[in-house]
Design a protein around this ligand. Structure first.
Ligand SMILES: NC(=O)c1ccc[n+]([C@@H]2O[C@H](COP(=O)([O-])OP(=O)(O)OC[C@H]3O[C@@H](n4cnc5c(N)ncnc54)[C@H](O)[C@@H]3O)[C@@H](O)[C@H]2O)c1
Ligand SMILES: O=C(O)[C@H](O)CO
Length: 323
């Protein structure tokens, strides 16, 4: 039996990779740098399936070079690198991995806030650097208990973060594209975007990156925040205007930022954000545990194989082409 041809722009965790290799003829890009566009175009010319990754742009121009493509899958919930309208126009279902990474990403997101508020990475560097001598200490942090957390983007991960914040005795306000009907269950109170910015002691961003959220946090928004505010971004780097964040941290418009995502990514080693004392940056590791990356890989393989077989994807973004 002829096997379907599949292009993978990065490696997936076992056993999902073995499942795909057993069922398909695979071209796998394994190098650390993103696959060059020309290489991807060349590989896609007779491919039936594509496993994409966040560093690959899937748009109309790319799809023109993939006439046989039946399905695209990606091991991520965010899909800002994929032109969904272009996929839909060609009848290609796109599968992502919602749900399976919610608790893990919430752990990292709330963990960033906790580490930032208690200055844990400064504390560790202080001790490691041999500065812990009588009379010397790091600058003090901030209690979370009793403070107001503002969640912007109260979706699956936002709700899981709110649950953790409640356990820490925080009051929770949120802003979302649509006001939620389950506020009592979540234990969060709705605010307009401006109200949230002015009222929150800590702000956590968990919206998708889309046209309406690109640059959502700019100079004006940082100016509205409390000077003591802690700002956490675990969504996508481009939701924040990076020069505006830099200025806000340098000039004391806000107190501190903790980021799991940056613009650009990876952040170059000489980037001015890295020179600031009031920032903590992680290299986009929200979902990066063995268990969760494995679950994401399994769902991605299931999406791919379902699409190749012409069946509904377990998690499909453009369902209109895949029922
Ligand atoms: N750091 C990481 O490793 C990591 C991991 C997983 C997800 N993410 C990011 O987090 C995002 C959210 O994931 P999720 O699973 O919670 O998705 P979700 O779809 O469940 O939640 C997103 C929420 O944002 C809201 N929203 C959309 N546009 C908005 C706007 N303009 N203003 C306010 N709210 C808006 C939506 O209504 C929704 O409630 C993903 O799209 C992805 O970009 C990052
Ligand atoms: O969107 C997501 O799932 C994460 O950012 C992937 O790493």
């Amino acid at each position: 039996m002829t096997k379907y041809k599949v292009v993978m722009t990065n490696r997936l965790m076992e056993p999902a990779l073995q499942n795909i290799l057993a069922n398909c003829e695979v071209k796998l890009w394994e190098k650390a740098e993103p696959i060059p566009r020309e290489q991807l175009i060349e590989w896609l010319k007779d491919a039936h399936g594509l496993i994409a990754s966040g560093n690959v742009r899937v748009d109309e121009e790319l799809l023109q070079h993939a006439p046989e493509l039946k399905v695209i899958a990606q091991a991520a919930v965010g899909y800002d690198n994929i032109d969904i309208a272009a996929c839909t126009k060609r009848g290609i279902p796109f599968g992502n991995t919602p749900g399976v990474l919610v608790e893990t990403t919430a752990e990292l997101t709330f963990g960033l806030l906790l580490c930032a508020a208690r200055r844990l990475h400064e504390a560790w560097n202080f001790v490691k650097g041999g500065h812990w001598v009588p009379g010397n200490n790091i600058s003090f942090g901030m209690d979370l208990t009793g403070k107001t957390l503002g969640v912007v983007g109260m979706g699956q991960i936002g709700v899981a973060v709110a649950r953790r914040a409640r356990a820490f005795g925080m009051n929770i306000i949120y802003h979302n594209r649509n006001r939620r009907s389950d506020e009592p269950q979540i234990g969060a109170v709705y605010r307009s975007f401006t109200e949230l910015l002015t009222e929150a002691d800590c702000i956590i961003v968990l919206t998708p990156l889309a046209a309406e959220t690109r640059g959502l946090f700019g100079r004006k928004e940082f100016a509205l925040m409390k000077k003591t505010a802690y700002f956490v971004n675990a969504s996508r780097g481009a939701v924040v205007d990076t020069p505006a964040l830099l200025e806000a941290l340098e000039t004391g418009k806000i107190a501190y930022a903790a980021l799991d995502v940056t613009d650009p990514e990876p952040l170059p080693g000489n980037h001015p954000l890295l020179k600031l004392p009031n920032i903590l940056i992680a290299p986009h590791i929200g979902s990066a545990t063995v268990e969760t990356r494995t679950a994401m890989a399994v769902l991605t393989a299931d999406n791919l194989l379902a699409g190749l077989a012409g069946k509904p994807l377990p998690a499909c973004v453009n369902r209109s082409v895949n029922y």
